[in-house]
Design a protein around this ligand. Structure first.
Ligand code: BGC
Length: 356
């Protein structure tokens, strides 16, 4: 199903749901839906995008909710989720910090007859009823294609490249790498280029990414053509180091999330390419499933994923690549405002690229 057809199906399902709300009397003491988000430091998205968009969807459907942020702590994640189960939620939406801790929460929820939804990150070995995310291999493919296009534009004969991967505990990081390696690997082979370093960043920690990248730049002897970085937090950490060495803009760097800072860095040329994931589709997809589970109406999915022998019914969405040429897409979509991007990028960079 295309994104547009999926959005239409969700809208139709919500109509049924809102019709139901109008006539039903709800006597819920605690919240009906619980959400645990992972942190607020690995990417601004969880606080600036996911949380408000989920809140908006629940409010529109008249469903009560509680949204907590685990602040990067697995004990906090577990305590928050357990507290929501004690409060009597009907559905738990989880963005895991690692699979084992999330699988444990899901097992407890299942025992209590509470449905669970893996949001953005699949819990390996878990028991979630649904999974809502983007096609994360496709995200990585876009990142890799963007890096290859940048290397070509810079006319680099034998590219010297490093990988700055996401958290090894996040299944998405594995999928992103699978995607970008499928593009960059063969290009390096074809051009006689080199992958000089391949490092993962625990917890997607942006500060740690800077330290790791400094070492990578040293390993490369200060001569580097591209940093394949799994998100903007990591990419911008690399850019800060490149800046100190007057290498920003000359080195291709990828990102993901289309944050205001990330898009500004695209406009100034510090990042070569990033990935825009329309989070409203993801939040609405998960909220619709949760609302259906609460109300007992039909749940809308558009695919499934495999986790070992288990098949998880899923909502899978399509990402978009962003370069200087199409930053404007995120503004037209009302995902970002020109004002917030241009406050960081500067008016000249915005004017030069038609962002208004
Ligand atoms: C998400 C990315 C995010 C990263 C760090 C991944 O699982 O898909 O959007 O940048 O986690 O929070």
């Amino acid at each position: 199903m295309t994104n547009r057809r999926f959005a239409a199906a969700v809208a139709a399902a919500s109509l049924v749901v809102s019709g139901f709300v109008a006539t039903a009397t709800v006597h819920a003491a605690g919240p009906q839906v619980g959400v645990v988000l992972p942190d607020s430091a690995s990417s601004p998205r969880w606080v600036t995008d996911d949380q408000p968009l989920l809140e908006k969807a629940f409010k529109a459907a008249g469903v009560t909710y509680d949204i907590k942020n685990a602040s990067g702590s697995i004990p906090t994640f577990t305590t928050d989720a357990q507290a929501m189960l004690t409060e009597g939620v009907k559905v738990l939406i989880l963005v895991n910090l690692d699979s084992p801790s999330s699988a444990a929460v899901e097992a407890t929820a299942k025992k209590q007859g509470v449905a669970t939804i893996d949001y953005d990150r699949l819990t390996l070995g878990g028991s979630a009823n649904y999974y809502v995310s983007f096609d994360n291999v496709a995200v990585g493919v876009l990142q890799g294609k963007g890096i290859v296009a940048c290397l070509k534009a810079h006319k680099v004969a034998h590219p010297r490249v490093v990988y700055l991967n996401g958290a090894p505990t996040d299944n998405n990081a594995t999928l992103f790498k699978q995607g970008y390696a499928s593009q960059v690997g063969p290009y390096l082979k074809a051009t006689g280029g080199k992958l000089l370093s391949d490092k993962s960043v625990a917890n997607w920690d942006n500060t740690l990414a800077g330290t790791i990248f400094e070492q990578q730049l040293t390993t490369a002897g200060g001569k580097l053509d591209a940093v394949v970085s799994a998100n903007e937090g990591l990419g911008l950490a690399a850019v800060a180091v490149l800046k100190k060495n007057n290498l920003n803009g000359k080195t291709c760097v990828s990102g993901q999330d289309a944050s205001a800072a990330g898009l500004a860095a695209i406009l100034t040329g510090d990042l070569s390419n990033t990935v825009y994931k329309p989070i409203s589709q993801e939040a609405n997809g998960a909220a619709s499933l949760a609302i259906s589970l609460v109300k007992g109406t039909k749940a809308v999915t558009n695919g499934s994923v495999k986790d070992g022998a288990r098949t998880v019914p899923s909502v899978l969405l399509i990402p978009t690549t962003i370069t200087k040429k199409n930053v404007e897409v995120t503004v037209k979509d009302k995902f970002r405002t020109a004002a917030e991007i241009c406050a960081i990028a500067g008016a000249a960079a915005c004017a030069a690229n038609g962002v208004k």
